[in-house]
Ligand binder design. Structure first.
Ligand code: RB5
Length: 146
């Protein structure tokens, strides 16, 4: 199950991605926003971030204008590893090396077609499990308590 959220800047991209998830039969919950009316992205970042760290949702997808604000907000929640990406290599690497659990995309940065391709890579790439990458992730996690 995937947790999905956006602000107004990412709303249209989210709709395109939800259509893709529907076509693929991938289950998700849409935490809003539900229109292109202006809203505050931290609200939706928190909803999706908390859903993911609760363990109820395996991954999250967040969309804003750039993907940046919503990723900064999501990364404030302990246990979140949110990656703001706009290219295929970075998305693949953030799963393989960072075990990112939330992908953040910019609706004003990538086209719907590009966004769908990035989501597809994110959802289908497994963490490498390599010891060195796990060690680094553990060091990142330790920063949350310093
Ligand atoms: C909203 O205009 C815009 O600032 C927001 O979607 C996002 O790009 C912030 O990082």
């Amino acid at each position: 199950m995937i947790a999905v959220g956006c602000d107004h800047g990412g709303y249209e991209l989210k709709l395109a991605v939800l259509k893709f998830l529907d076509e693929k039969g991938i289950e998700y919950k849409d935490f809003g926003t539900y229109s292109s009316e202006s809203v505050d992205y931290p609200v939706y970042a928190e909803k999706v971030a908390r859903a993911v760290v609760s363990g109820e949702y395996e991954k999250g997808l967040l969309f804003c204008g750039t993907g940046i604000g919503i990723s900064i907000a999501a990364n404030k929640i302990k246990g979140v590893r949110a990656a703001c990406c706009s290219d295929k290599f970075s998305v693949e690497m953030t799963r393989l090396h960072n075990n990112a659990n939330i992908l953040c995309l910019g609706g004003r940065v990538v086209t719907p077609e590009q966004g769908i391709e990035l989501v597809d890579i994110f959802l289908s790439t497994q963490f490498s499990g390599d010891e060195r990458h796990q060690r680094r992730i553990d060091l990142v996690t330790a920063l949350e308590n310093k």
